[in-house]
Design a protein around this ligand. Structure first.
Ligand code: MG
Length: 453
């Protein structure tokens, strides 16, 4: 007779074996008091929780293998061999971020639990009383992403799994095509289409049309400003963009999605008029039409044109996104994820966007570390209202310093399946490329007035 029951899961043979061995556990387990039974059992796995792990050190690793300063936070823990990495790259003020990490964040974090990411984020956010700006937000992002990396390693899962799992097989990306002439831009677009890209950003001349003319500006002739100041001919730029779209559409057809970044460097009404003119070329989106000081102009823009708009890479605080999203002033949230404090706040903004059909387009230029690109990619894999991702470019030096970089294929980005963010760091290789204080963003009009990006 088989006496196995679903209730106790024991068969007679096992019972006899336990009793025959005189096992105290068996005897108490079967016949003792409830308290004795409870004491004798091992805690089931689901009720165990995770062993406490605390932070032993938070430090900055700085490197500039491609010219741009990259900052990564390393969070070391009481668990031997367990550490996390997070991107804290504010390339233009890298040394300030390093100080914030090594001097303030380290002291703030040592001895604290690695598990409570939300609590760590909230407490670090207000620990300096005044709300964070770009320096402290980037430091906080480094901590936040490193704690997600550690959580993934503890769980044995890639971070995208912890964020809800996959909503797509890989991440569609756009890349950057450029050239001195419209013909060169079209040729560059075609080259990327041949590589499998379906989305291409087009820019002519220097970035934001800076230095788009060989003419010497009046301020230089007059000896105003400084040697490294750049010049932007705003009228020439406004005229050239529709011509570039027309030429690229003609040469490359209707299949490819075209994007363009105004980089905020023209007057609001000029931007609106230019975007209206671009409607006929069906841009995927136009990015950053206004500087953050000019947010109120969005109402006029939305009333004037239906071209999709991306905005937000210069925002610092997640609260800056609330009203524009509620009012649907733009279609794509253009966040520099480390700039707003990491994965935790980015997920909140992304989730908020879902309710307003505002989609994501995380800022992914060369001044984001591969750890940061991986953080973008893990979020992109998990959220429903993903829009598009700016593609990362991972040079040989970057791959040497950051083993496990995301990979690009046929216009899609993918992350590996290693637990955490999946990107490691070779500190010895990183040390070969010291960071620097060079940064030059002075762009002037013909008479020498500084243009706000
Ligand atoms: Mg931009």
């Amino acid at each position: 007779m088989n006496i196995t029951t679903e209730k106790n899961g024991l068969d007679r043979r096992e019972m006899v074996k336990m009793l025959g061995l005189g096992s105290a556990v068996g005897v108490l387990g079967l016949f003792g008091t409830p308290a004795a039974r409870a004491a004798s059992r091992e805690t089931p796995a689901y009720a165990r929780g995770m062993a406490p792990v605390t932070i032993t050190k938070v430090s900055a690793i700085a490197t500039a293998p491609s010219g741009s300063n990259l900052i990564v936070v390393k969070v070391e823990t009481s668990e031997p061999g367990l550490y996390g990495l997070g991107c804290a790259t504010f390339t233009q003020r890298a040394f300030a971020v390093v100080t914030a990490i090594d001097k303030y964040l380290n002291e703030f974090c040592v001895g604290k639990d690695v598990d409570n990411i939300e609590d760590m984020w909230q407490s670090a956010y207000v620990s300096s009383y005044w709300r964070n700006g770009p320096v402290l937000n980037n430091a906080l992002s480094g901590l936040d992403q490193a704690l997600w990396d550690i959580k993934g390693k503890r769980a044995g899962m890639p971070v995208y799994q912890l964020l809800g799992g996959k909503t797509r097989f890989a991440i569609p990306c756009y890349t950057h095509a450029g050239g001195r002439t419209v013909e060169e831009v079209a040729e560059s677009v075609q080259g990327f289409m041949d590589q499998g890209f379906k989305y291409v950003r087009i820019q002519q001349g220097g970035y934001g049309a800076v230095g788009s003319t060989a003419d010497e500006p009046d301020f230089k002739k007059a000896g105003f400003g400084y040697e490294r100041d750049s010049y932007m001919n705003q009228r020439l730029y406004l005229k050239s963009v529709p011509e570039m779209f027309a030429a690229v559409r003609k040469a490359c057809g209707e299949e490819v999605e075209l994007l363009h970044d105004i980089h905020e460097r023209v007057q609001p009404m000029d931007a609106i008029n230019m975007i209206k003119e671009l409607e006929q070329y069906r841009p995927f989106f136009i990015e950053d039409p206004f500087s953050p000081e000019n947010m109120e102009w969005f109402e006029q823009l939305r009333a004037s044109t239906t071209v999709p708009i991306a905005m937000g890479e210069l925002f610092n605080n997640i609260n800056e996104f609330k009203l524009p999203m509620v009012n649907r002033w733009f279609d794509y949230i253009r966040i520099h994820v480390s700039q707003i404090g990491g994965i935790t706040p980015a997920m909140k903004v992304a989730r908020l966007g879902e309710w307003f059909n505002v989609r994501t387009a995380w800022h992914g230029p060369g001044d984001v570390s591969p750890v940061g690109h991986a953080a973008h990619a893990h979020i992109d894999m998990a959220i429903w209202n993903f829009g598009i991702q700016e593609a990362g470019r991972f040079s040989e030096q970057l791959q040497e310093i950051f083993p496990g970089c995301p990979t690009m294929k046929d216009g899609y980005m993918s992350v590996n399946e290693a637990p955490g963010l999946g990107v490691d760091i070779n500190e010895k290789a990183a040390a070969k490329y010291p960071i620097h204080t060079r940064s030059n963003w002075q762009v002037r009009t013909d008479d020498g007035t500084i243009i706000r990006p």
